[in-house]
Write a new protein. Structure first.
Length: 210
């Protein structure tokens, strides 16, 4: 009945929150699997998609893979194929996210979901923020990185995020009025954050059903 988009400052725990919420709600989590979807949509390699959207640090994404099944990917993809440049990449990404949202009961992590689905009637848009020091510590603890490695990854992926949104022509991605809720993960633990969103989505969905 709903679609949740999770945007985040890198290291604020967007993927982790997505996994927890997917389990609690019984939703499908869509994260890095969008790379495969876009690649199939454009009939190009996943490396080509990554090179189009990435800043340095993309290698980390290879072991931070999502949880979506192959059958789900195959169900989402359309038949249109073609050459991919940056413009086609953005259009393919929009199309894939919109197709994913039609499935309902999905969680989309990153990649401009809050913009692509801004007018979707069943979408809930969440932004996670945190202090830089806390984001570095999160990456150290969750991905077994040294302090210097974690700091470098957070900085690199922050640049990568900014570059992606520039492809959408957007610079306001951290403004709170784009979202239903902004959570400061320097002040909340993951359990409280996930419980809050779970209650918010469940209450609204129940009201709509009634």
């Amino acid at each position: 009945m709903a679609v949740i988009t999770i945007s985040r400052q890198f290291g604020a725990g967007g993927k982790t929150l997505g996994k927890v919420l997917a389990k609690k709600l019984g939703y499908e989590l869509v994260d890095e699997d969008i790379i495969q979807m876009v690649a199939d949509k454009a009939n190009v390699s996943t490396d080509w998609v990554e090179s189009t959207e990435k800043e340095a640090g993309g290698k980390l994404l290879k072991f931070m893979s999502g949880l979506i099944s192959k059958s789900y990917v195959e169900r989402i993809l359309g038949d249109d194929k073609g050459y991919m440049d940056e413009e086609i990449y953005v259009n393919a990404l929009r199309d894939v996210i919109q197709q994913v949202a039609k499935e309902d009961n999905v969680i989309v992590v990153g990649r401009g979901g809050q913009y692509v689905l801004q007018d979707h009637p069943g979408a809930f848009h969440v932004l996670l923020i945190a202090d830089m020091a806390d984001r570095i510590t999160f990456m150290e603890n969750h991905y077994d990185l040294s302090h210097e490695e974690a700091k470098r990854v957070v900085e690199q992926q922050g640049s990568r995020r900014a570059n992606l949104y520039r492809k959408f022509g957007k610079e306001d991605y951290d403004l709170p009025n784009l979202y239903h809720v902004v959570l400061n993960m320097s002040k909340l633990d993951m359990d409280k954050a996930s419980d809050f969103i779970f209650r918010m989505v469940s209450d609204v969905v129940c009201h709509l059903v009634e």
